[in-house]
Design a binder for this molecule. Structure first.
Ligand code: G6P
Length: 602
């Protein structure tokens, strides 16, 4: 996720910005930049890659005396990770940094281009600075121009703007993306999270959505839709490690809670009123395509399996899924009417990359679904859809899986639109459900407390079976993988209808069965499968919107109307169950033994 820092005051600005950006490195980025105005002169540096590259570029520069300054680390969403696309973005005499996505940027950009404005980057952010300067050129009033600019923006933003037209002021606005203001005497700091200002500022104010304003002469003027606003500062925390995890015990926990927010980013600009739009896909991608093959590893393989159910059922296109390490050596028969999709969080998994190269050599069209722009897999593919999950630090993947699955659901509707295999009524139903997903991903205190209490009964035994049918079979596989990755307990995912063909022999009270029992998909069928296990004394943890009297433990879910909403809600339950069991066992949740986040060897 992108990071922002800002500072206004007498201190040396370059070091404040670079140190601040360094504190945000853990969030992931692919380029960085700073802009400083001192004595009415603008200085600007940008570099692709590590922050050290920016340090090298700014080596001979130091600021002196009073000035305003902004800095940014970028995680590409609109446009490649190049120097031109790195922030701060410039106009004629102003600079802007921005986190989030301006949903109506295309419309604003076209309007500005018609008026002769030249854009240097492919980003949505650049529209902010040009819009500001257009307003300023007409009014010569910087504050009025900034507030008018903010009024025009739709979507999520946290933004800082500095301008030679009013060189002693920083303008700021926040809506949907985090931003805070730090204070220490006359020094004022800005940042997208606590860490860059810990040790520098003593007090802090966390901006709320819809707030904007400016800072000048050590004072901050704050406004919202109702006009000027007073605000109360609070004491700033001092523990950086805690601040990086936003107060959660582990990155994995933070990432589970983040899913509701990142899903909005994944959908933004893509889930439209009555259709799915992927700006990044060429209209002819699906030309002559009558078949889809998906290759991936680990968790990404499980999202692929989920996608295959959706693609066949809704888009009516045949879809096969293969584990990349198997695919490579099976001498697969590849046909050029097949779209070859790879899924990877990191974009660097060696087995997946090699599978993709094989498909490319065979002349297939390729599409990757990936969380990291400019990664090897993205570069090797004809087209790419970024999942926009932000960096994932926990080795056990959570939000990456959620966003991959969402992209596959969106892709399903996109294919169905292009191939005209979906009725407008069904498309509308799917889009309506999709828009509810962030809610289905919310973790309530009640749920977390219940899972925490219940987890103590699942620390022994001779293993777990996660069972489900249809879409919930890949979720069962993923639930079992999460548990084994971080608890080191044996867990298997199984199609519930298959238990009677062998594994039921293991059933006794020490066999823990986590049953995914959605109401909207084959409820009666899975119920009978679970009853068979219960009759053999297996311990049942049932997850369902329907009360189930044979369950030893029961988690009641809310969404019983759409399989995908049930899917995401149950996914969160399995993630927190694994987390709580692992914590009780005293394991390192974020760095499980023997595992690596990205496996770049065969
Ligand atoms: C490793 C990780 C897994 C991950 C898999 C695929 O095994 O430990 O968590 O699912 O690689 O990674 P990718 O980056 O390709 O999604």
């Amino acid at each position: 996720m992108c990071g922002i820092v800002g500072y206004i005051g007498q201190k040396e600005k370059k070091e404040i910005l670079l140190d601040g950006l360094q504190e945000l490195e853990y969030r992931g980025y692919d380029s960085a930049g700073i802009a400083v105005i001192e004595n009415k002169h603008l200085k600007n540096f940008k570099a692709v890659g590590r922050l050290q590259n920016l340090r090298d570029k700014t080596d001979s520069y130091t600021s002196s005396g009073f000035g305003v300054s902004i800095g940014h680390t970028r995680w590409a969403t609109h446009g490649k990770p190049t120097e031109l696309n790195a922030h701060p973005h410039r106009g004629e005499y102003s600079f802007v940094v921005h986190n989030g996505i301006i949903e109506n940027y295309q419309e604003l950009k076209t309007e500005l281009q018609k008026e002769g404005v030249k854009f240097l980057s492919q980003t949505d952010t650049e529209t902010i600075v040009h819009l500001f300067e257009k307003n300023y050129n007409a009014t010569s009033n910087a504050w009025e121009s900034f507030s008018k600019t903010i009024e025009k923006l739709e979507g999520a933003y946290a933004t800082l703007l500095i301008t030679e037209a009013e060189a002693e002021t920083i303008f700021f606005a926040k809506n949907g993306s985090p931003m805070l203001i730090g204070f220490n005497g006359d020094d004022v700091y800005f940042a997208s999270s606590d860490t860059p200002i810990i040790g520098k500022a003593t007090e802090v104010y966390y901006l709320e959505d819809g707030e904007y304003g400016y800072t000048k002469d050590g004072k901050v003027m704050l406004f919202n839709a109702d006009g000027e606003k007073s605000f109360t500062k609070q004491t700033l925390a001092t523990d950086k490690a805690m601040a990086q995890k936003d107060g959660y015990r582990f990155f994995m926990e933070k990432e589970i809670y983040e899913q509701t927010q990142v899903m909005n980013d994944t959908m933004m600009g893509r889930v439209l009123e009555s259709k799915i739009d992927f700006e990044e896909l060429d209209a002819n991608l699906l030309e002559n395509i009558s078949n889809i093959k998906i290759c991936a590893c680990g968790t990404s393989y499980h999202s692929a399996l989920t996608g295959s159910y959706l693609l066949e059922r809704i888009a009516k296109i045949p879809c096969q899924v293969e584990i990349a390490s198997e695919f490579r050596y099976k001498e697969p028969l590849l046909r050029d009417d097949t779209l070859f999709i790879t899924i990877s969080q990191s974009g660097e998994t060696a087995d997946t990359l090699e599978a993709l190269k094989m498909a490319n050599r065979a002349g297939l069209k390729s599409l990757s679904i990936c969380n990291v722009d400019n990664s090897s897999i993205v570069r090797e593919s004809d087209a790419a859809i970024l999942t926009r999950a932000g960096i994932e630090k926990g080795v056990a993947s959570t939000k990456a899986f959620a966003t991959q699955t969402m992209v596959l659901w969106m892709l399903t509707l996109y294919v169905a639109q292009v191939k005209k295999t979906i009725t407008p009524e069904l498309l509308k139903e799917e889009l309506d459900a999709m828009r509810h997903t962030p809610k289905a991903l919310l973790v309530t205190d009640k749920l977390h407390t219940k899972l925490n209490r219940l987890s103590k009964r699942y620390l022994h035994g001779h293993g777990f079976f996660f069972i489900g049918r249809d879409l919930f079979f890949p979720l069962a596989l993923e639930g079992a993988l999460k548990l084994k990755e971080i608890s080191y307990l044996h867990a298997e995912g199984y199609p519930s209808g298959e238990m009677k063909h062998g594994p039921i022999a293991l059933a006794d009270s020490e066999l823990f069965t986590v049953a995914l029992m959605p109401k909207s998909l084959h409820y009666e069928k899975i119920k009978s499968n679970v009853e068979e296990l219960s009759a053999r004394d297996a311990t049942i943890l049932a997850i369902s919107p329907e009360p189930f009297e044979l369950a030893d433990d029961f988690i009641q879910t809310i969404y019983g109307t759409h399989p995908m909403l049930e899917f995401f809600e149950m996914m969160v339950v399995t993630q927190i169950l694994a987390l709580e069991i692992s914590i009780r066992l005293g394991n390192d949740v974020d760095m499980p033994r023997n595992l690596a986040k990205s496996v770049t060897v065969e």
